[in-house]
Design a protein. Structure first.
Length: 346
């Protein structure tokens, strides 16, 4: 029987744990699924909740840290030291799997032994909103060469995966190693790129594989725009250093990803100015990042628009907003419209 090891790190998310574990163990027929909850010294009752869940179900184990080790060390403990199933899943305690998600993902992995990991669509939902209905019928599979997938990520300059929708071949996870402590915010992006170096990438079309809960305590909210961009840059530069010799048009890819990050920095600076959410120093830092990342940033439409915004001031920009249709405004609109591509996975 195909076996899956599911690692659920938990820090102050005890109130989400039963739903998270239930989504893993229920509706995944025909699989040998085991769950490890790692409580990272939560100050609330998370450890007690986890131990009660384990007492009710022999498939669940619990590790409780005496002191907080941080999420990277916790991830690596579960994936590298505990996981021993055919496949492995890392899922935050505030997320959930959709019914049959593991069955669908492992079917692809079983059919394609060269696939390192498989993912599908995540369903984002906001706390206190109606729980979305998941699609559970696979329309088709795609299996892509790892280097092709890496090039795609470099061309787009974005992470197309949320995280809980991924199922990894455990043997490949061990070869790829653990999450990089240098990347506390972009470690997932780095991991997908590293896994793709070790095999093919599978994707499930037309089906929702996981629920990603959006709330005020999400880890992704702990980084500002500049911190996020710096982490992305490091993750992509590490991938270029590792995979560059194997990739076609590596110079073009390097230029493209740095130009994309530069544009994103300028857009973040302009958005902060418009909303009155940034002082001059933080905007200057974003601009400096843009030029350090891509020295020709002054040629980008976003830079000229940003300079105009700084000259006229946020109040004037706000007053003129209904009349202004700038390249940067088009970019912002396009970003909103294109958010759906992130969930298409490619």
């Amino acid at each position: 029987m195909t076996s899956v090891s599911v690692v659920i790190p938990c820090y102050r998310y005890g109130h989400f744990l039963r739903e998270a574990v239930g989504s893993v163990l229920e509706g995944q027929e025909g699989l040998d699924v085991r769950v490890l909850i790692i409580d990272d010294a939560s100050p609330d009752d998370s450890a007690e909740v986890a131990q009660k869940i384990a007492a009710d179900d022999a498939r669940v184990e619990v590790i409780v840290h005496g002191s907080n080790k941080g999420h990277i060390a916790t991830y690596n403990e579960g994936l590298l030291e505990w996981a021993d199933g055919d496949y492995a899943v890392l899922m935050s305690a505030d997320d959930q799997l959709t019914p049959g998600a593991l069955v669908r993902a492992t079917a692809l992995l079983d059919a394609h032994p060269q696939v390192a990991f498989v993912y599908g669509y995540p369903l984002w939902f906001w706390e206190d909103t109606r729980f979305p209905r998941a699609r559970t019928r696979v329309r088709r599979w795609s299996v892509w060469p790892g280097d092709w997938w890496i090039e795609r990520r470099l061309r787009q300059g974005e992470n197309c995966i949320t995280a809980p929708e991924v199922v990894v071949r455990t043997s490949v996870q061990k070869r790829a190693g653990g999450y990089d402590p240098r990347l506390p915010h972009a470690g997932d992006l780095d991991m997908w790129l590293r896994l793709a170096e070790h095999g093919q990438v599978g994707f499930l079309h037309g089906v929702d594989q996981a629920y990603y809960r959006v709330h005020g305590s999400n880890m992704r909210t702990g980084y500002d725009a500049l911190g996020d961009l710096r982490q992305k840059r490091l993750a992509f530069e590490l991938a270029l250093a590792r995979s560059g010799p194997r990739l076609s048009e590596v110079r073009t890819l390097t230029d493209r990803v740095h130009r994309k990050l530069s544009r994103d920095a300028l857009w973040s600076a302009a958005r902060a100015l418009d909303r009155g959410q940034a002082d001059s120093a933080s905007v200057d830092e974003l601009i400096a990042f843009a030029f350090d990342c891509w020295p020709r940033a002054a040629t980008l439409p976003g830079y000229r628009t940003l300079q105009l915004r700084r000259r006229v001031g946020p109040k004037a920009v706000t007053a003129a907003q209904p009349l202004l249709v700038t390249p940067l405004a088009h970019r912002a609109h396009g970003w909103v419209q294109r958010r759906s591509w992130k969930y298409r996975g490619f």
